[in-house]
Write a protein that binds this ligand. Structure first.
Ligand code: HEC
Ligand code: HEC
Length: 239
């Protein structure tokens, strides 16, 4: 393939990609929820913190609506909730809100979003809310959190950050084994630095670059480095 054709097809792929996104985004409930509602409602399930809330979390709102709005026929439950959201967001009122009195007094009634969101957009938002904030999904998330919390730190980090795509514990692969690293260092500082900011050129036989892990917490990085440094001691005892 000539280089010109290569660029031409790249351009076409990029352009059709953009067009597709535009059409889908228009009524993408997830994107719209973020754009139109996240200024006041926390969208996480479950929220990481309940401090300084100016509105109930979207999870709380949706669970609340699911509890209070009844449908004789379960297949109509979603439609009924969607109707409520479409109406409430444009015409909120104290009498319609399912929020308890104390919470209403502290939050104040939701300001009407008339003019800021269309009925079609609200339909997409409400359907997304109904399907996302779901008891079964919440249960799975909590179980997964518990599973991770019960794991030893190094196992969790290996799994979450996929260190083993490049590193083996005992054998050199595309990156030095954690055991070789352990044998080369006694001090944790340079290793903490390397995980935070990446590393290259320190290991002569490895051409690859170690990417920075900016999103890892300091606690995870330090725990991981301690585990790596201890490998040489455990190695002597166990192997
Ligand atoms: C300017 C802040 C603000 C924005 C923006 C906002 N809300 Fe609210 N919303 C609130 C507050 C405060 C409450 C709680 C008081 C109440 O029920 O009116 C609330 C309550 C609600 C309720 C009723 C909950 C109940 O228990 O009755 C729904 C439904 C809701 N919001 C949906 C939305 C959706 C969907 C959007 C985005 C299109 C949105 N809100 C945007 C502040 C906001
Ligand atoms: C994309 C491949 C890749 C991944 C993923 C990766 N590493 Fe590395 N790592 C490398 C390479 C390559 C080196 C050697 C870099 C060099 O030569 O400086 C390295 C080096 C290191 C070093 C030694 C740095 C130094 O200063 O000598 C540590 C510690 C380390 N990695 C830990 C980790 C941990 C922990 C993870 C997961 C959070 C991880 N790596 C994920 C490729 C990777």
């Amino acid at each position: 393939m000539s280089i010109r054709y290569f660029y031409l097809s790249l351009l076409i792929v990029l352009l059709t990609g953009c067009m597709k996104n535009k059409i889908e985004n228009k009524l993408d409930g997830e994107v719209l929820l973020k754009q139109k509602c996240s200024k006041c409602h926390n969208l996480d399930m479950p929220p990481k913190s309940y401090d300084n809330e100016i509105a109930p979390s979207m999870m709380a709102v949706t669970f609340h609506l699911k509890d209070f709005i009844k449908a004789n026929d379960p297949s109509e439950h979603e439609a009924k909730i969607v109707e409520f959201v479409k109406d409430y967001v444009i015409n909120p009122s104290r009498s319609k809100s399912f929020c308890d009195k104390t919470s209403l007094d502290s939050y104040g009634i939701m300001p009407s979003q008339k003019g800021k969101v269309t009925v079609d957009e609200l339909e997409a938002i409400a359907k997304y809310m109904y399907n996302t904030y779901d008891n079964q999904k919440m249960l799975k998330i909590m179980q997964e959190k518990q599973r991770l919390a019960r794991m030893p730190l190094y196992k969790r980090v290996l799994e979450q950050q996929r260190c083993q795509n490049c590193h083996d514990i005992y054998k050199d692969k595309v990156a030095p084994s954690f055991l070789s690293i352990s044998k080369k260092y006694n001090n944790n500082k340079p290793l903490i630095e390397s995980i935070k900011n990446g590393s290259k050129g320190k290991w002569k036989n490895f051409k690859l670059i170690m990417p920075p892990f900016k999103k890892m917490t300091d606690k995870d990085i330090e725990g991981m480095v301690n585990w790596i440094l201890n490998l040489k001691i455990r190695d002597k005892n166990e192997i």
